[in-house]
Design a binder for this molecule. Structure first.
Ligand SMILES: Nc1nc2c(c(=O)[nH]1)N[C@H]1C(S)=C(S)[C@@H](COP(=O)(O)OP(=O)(O)OC[C@H]3O[C@@H](n4cnc5c(=O)[nH]c(N)nc54)[C@H](O)[C@@H]3O)O[C@H]1N2
Ligand SMILES: Nc1nc2c(c(=O)[nH]1)N[C@H]1C(S)=C(S)[C@@H](COP(=O)(O)OP(=O)(O)OC[C@H]3O[C@@H](n4cnc5c(=O)[nH]c(N)nc54)[C@H](O)[C@@H]3O)O[C@H]1N2
Ligand code: SF4
Ligand SMILES: [Mo]
Length: 715
């Protein structure tokens, strides 16, 4: 039954304010319901951040809510006498008891590290998962924790930690007040922005250009964002660190660097200048496909602009030099005085300030058992998960807990992980779907639908281009006998604690934790606004807390509140960059990914309105590369790497750089024993059956899913 309104249910329609939790843009929505039915979903014009913006995915909130494939109660896997698999509905009591028992049994018999944990991306879009997962995991003390972070933004965290002292201190592009924007490896027109909560990016880019702003996009594909840019330059995948090093080399070498207001608390740029001496534009040009004069003029334009932004996302994080890329990007912002400046990149001051409550993060305090890869923030690289399951020895993973993730489709060499999961003694998944990963579980615990629980964007207000705060009530009351994600964590934690004879107390509901955080936060008890959950309830479109403001050096969490640019780990990694490009780059094809506005990683292909139309899981290739291989548009080809091969339809495109091919990830819904009716009719193939678990940003352990060497031939 609809909430949010005190009127009795007389069959009249009701309007609910709600945040869209599907991507980082966190758009404000107006959802109209009648009884159990969703009548319409529209953008909320009064939302101070999204101002009415909405994309086609928002309407799919209705489809998710109504999807008959979405599990409404727990299921357990049953193997029949004939060896056939089926899923049997069980009670919550039975599901929680056996889940807890199975996990505890494994750690009892084989030690704490025999339990692996993988948490996926929607965790950060669901505040109850963020506030309550620790409830459960603290009892296990396993070193074998994994998440989507290491197939994504790990380099951003490391650089934030090293330069600013906290893993969440992300500089946020202030596009509305900027003059020059250099964007690498990001396609916000399709992704709606990432580590940059920026709803309605298309309108913001158009406005920026109308005001005379110049947007330069560096991408191996002429993307939807590149099409709006003032200038687009192709770059050979995986060579951005050379390009960025050459930019910084030019800025520092030509006397164009001036940290300005940052100078009193910034050090180490001299050391960086020395280390970059050999990283000339000519050296970069030999590998990256952008000529030396163009690199120099970009450096000069950047320095000359009143306010400039250098920003890079997925494409430059998930490549072999991802951490160097992110480090160089921030050094360019710092060296030109564009950090912490309106129109440059600024830090947020969110209403619930995680800088106060969340640990700054740590790196390399332990390493993975098999390959010795470093932990970050108590998590190991996802690329090592399969081998940690299959390699015998002390600490081998024998049981797995997954939450809101689909690593079989999302992590490199997913096929290998797919078969590794078969070898587990026990697996529990917290997920509303039986997908390519959770089909391996013994027990699946499905939470309530997103519209059945309340919502606060704990993660994305931290990354937003304007300070705002918004609390959304549940649209529907939760159905009887269902549990929210956070309630499942509490219930499991209680059982596990009892079995292990440890202390346990249920954590309070997430809205109480947020209320506490708001009161303690910068606009809470100490501030005239006195923000708390009650205030937010009264303003369901959200409270505007104003544009981002300069906050340095006070906001820094680093030692002595300084920015030390001479990060030892990054400086050392320059040697790897240099030696990697010492020789010829070779003539191999390079594989990159591709996002589409109507898709979202691996889990939104089960809704007809998002998947209808021509298939999107195609391999883009430049006509010149096709001619060289005698391939024609639409034909089936084999895409092959060291790790594996898939057969996929070829799509000719002038928009892709010669020497590069592009395949979206998150498809491959043909596997048996899943329950994804619509997705399986639009199955596609998994890009991560081709990406390579050995291809890493060696400095961080982040997966290099972009720039994978591949071959393509007629199938
Ligand atoms: N080749 C290649 N690989 C990539 C990428 C790429 O660009 N190229 N991108 C990478 C990136 S950036 C990411 S973030 C990862 C994503 O990787 P994952 O996080 O592993 O995968 P998702 O597809 O996001 O899986 C989401 C799962 O969460 C479930 N879910 C959705 N909402 C909820 C909820 O509220 N509660 C619970 N319990 N479950 C929920 C869905 O049913 C689905 O099973 O993929 C990465 N992999
Ligand atoms: N519609 C939709 N929105 C999404 C998602 C989705 O799956 N669909 N996923 C969400 C998630 S989890 C994330 S993390 C964000 C990601 O958000 P973005 O990073 O903005 O999205 P991508 O489309 O992955 O953009 C990466 C770009 O990098 C380019 N690229 C690949 N390799 C290289 C390289 O070596 N160098 C350079 N310079 N560029 C390269 C690709 O061509 C692509 O255009 O999007 C989020 N929003
Ligand atoms: S842009 Fe993202 S947050 Fe906004 S409506 Fe689309 S999916 Fe939802
Ligand atoms: Mo992501």
């Amino acid at each position: 039954m609809p909430l949010n309104n005190d009127a009795p249910d007389t069959g009249e329609s009701r309007l609910h304010h709600r945040a869209c939790h599907l991507c980082e843009a966190i758009c404000g929505l107006l959802i109209e319901t009648r009884g159990e039915e969703i009548i319409s979903i529209k953008g909320d014009p009064d939302d101070p951040l999204s101002r009415g913006h909405i994309c086609p995915k928002a309407v799919a909130l209705k489809d998710i809510h109504e999807d008959p494939d979405r599990l409404r109660g727990p299921v357990k896997k049953v193997v029949g006498d004939d060896g056939g698999l089926s899923w049997q509905a069980i009670s919550w009591e039975e599901a929680l008891d056996s889940a807890a028992q199975g996990l505890v049994r494994t750690t009892r018999e084989h030690g704490v590290n025999a339990l692996g944990i993988y948490m996926g991306n929607p965790t950060v879009h669901n505040y109850g998962m963020m506030t309550h997962q620790g409830q459960l995991f603290r009892h296990f003390r396993t070193d074998n924790r994994f998440s989507a972070t290491s197939v994504d933004q790990l380099p951003h965290h490391l650089v934030a930690l090293w330069l600013f002292g906290h893993k969440l201190m992300f500089p946020i592009p202030d596009i509305d007040r900027s003059d020059y924007f250099l964007m690498l490896g990001a396609n916000p027109v399709a992704s709606n922005g990432s580590i940059w909560t920026v709803p309605d990016i298309r309108r913001r880019i158009t406005g920026f250009k109308k005001r005379g702003g110049k947007l330069v996009v560096i991408d191996p594909r002429r993307t939807e964002t590149a099409a709006l840019a003032s200038e687009h330059l192709f770059i050979t995948p995986g060579t951005d660190a050379l390009f960025l090093a050459a930019l910084l080399h030019t800025l520092l070498g030509e006397g164009l660097a001036d940290p300005g207001h940052l100078s009193p608390y910034t050090k180490g740029l001299d050391t960086v200048a020395e280390a970059l001496e050999n990283f000339t534009p000519e050296f970069a040009a030999a590998h990256c496909g952008i000529d030396a004069d163009t690199i120099r003029s970009i450096a000069r334009d950047f320095a000359a602009a009143g306010a400039a932004i250098c920003y890079g996302r997925m494409g430059v994080s998930t490549q072999r030099f991802g951490t160097l890329c992110q480090w160089l990007i921030q050094l360019i912002n710092i060296a030109t005085g564009n950090l912490d400046k309106p129109g440059g990149s600024l830090f947020t001051l969110p209403a619930v300030d995680q800088m106060q409550s969340v640990s700054p993060g740590g790196f390399g305090r332990h390493s993975s058992r098999v390959r010795g890869l470093p932990e970050f923030d108590r998590e190991l690289p996802a690329s090592t998960l399969a081998e940690e399951i299959t390699t015998p020895g002390e600490g081998q993973i024998r049981a797995l807990f997954t939450g809101a993730g689909n690593p079989v489709l999302s992590t490199p060499n997913g096929r290998q992980l797919d078969s590794a999961l078969e070898q587990l003694d026990f697996m529990v998944s917290l997920d509303p779907y039986i997908n390519e990963t959770t089909r391996h579980a013994d027990i699946i615990l499905p939470p309530t639908s997103p519209l059945e629980h309340d919502h606060y964007d704990l993660a994305f207000h931290v990354n937003a281009m304007r300070n705002t705060a918004r609390f959304s009530e549940a649209v529907f009351e939760k159905p009887e006998g269902s549990l929210h994600d956070w309630e499942i964590f509490n219930a499991l934690a209680g059982r596990v604690a009892a079995a292990l004879e440890q202390e346990h107390k249920d954590a309070p509901p997430p809205h109480q934790i947020i209320d506490f955080g708001l009161k303690l936060g910068p606009y809470g008890d100490q501030h005239e606004l006195k923000l708390d959950i009650e205030r937010l309830r009264q303003q369901p479109s959200g409270v505007d807390l104003g544009p981002l403001q300069p906050q340095l050096p006070e906001r820094l969490r680093s030692a002595e509140k300084t920015i030390d640019c001479a990060t030892p780990q990054a400086l050392a990694d320059l040697a790897r960059l240099r030696s990697d490009f010492a020789g010829d780059s070779g003539g191999e094809l390079r594989l990159i990914g591709r996002r589409h506005l109507r898709s979202n990683n691996s889990w939104m292909h089960n809704y007809h309105r998002l998947v209808k139309g021509p298939g999107r899981c195609t391999l883009l290739m430049h006509p010149a590369d096709m001619a060289e291989r005698a391939l024609s548009n639409g034909m089936e080809v084999t895409l092959r790497s060291r790790a594996g091969a898939v057969r996929v339809a070829l799509e000719e495109s002038e928009d892709i750089m010669p020497g590069v091919v592009s395949l979206p990830h998150g498809f491959g819904h043909h596997r048996p024993h899943t329950r994804l009716g619509t997705a399986s009719q639009h199955a596609g193939v998994s890009c991560n059956d081709v990406t390579d678990e050995l291809a890493l940003d060696e400095l961080s352990g982040n997966a290099a899913v972009n720039g994978v060497p591949v071959s393509v031939s007629a199938a």
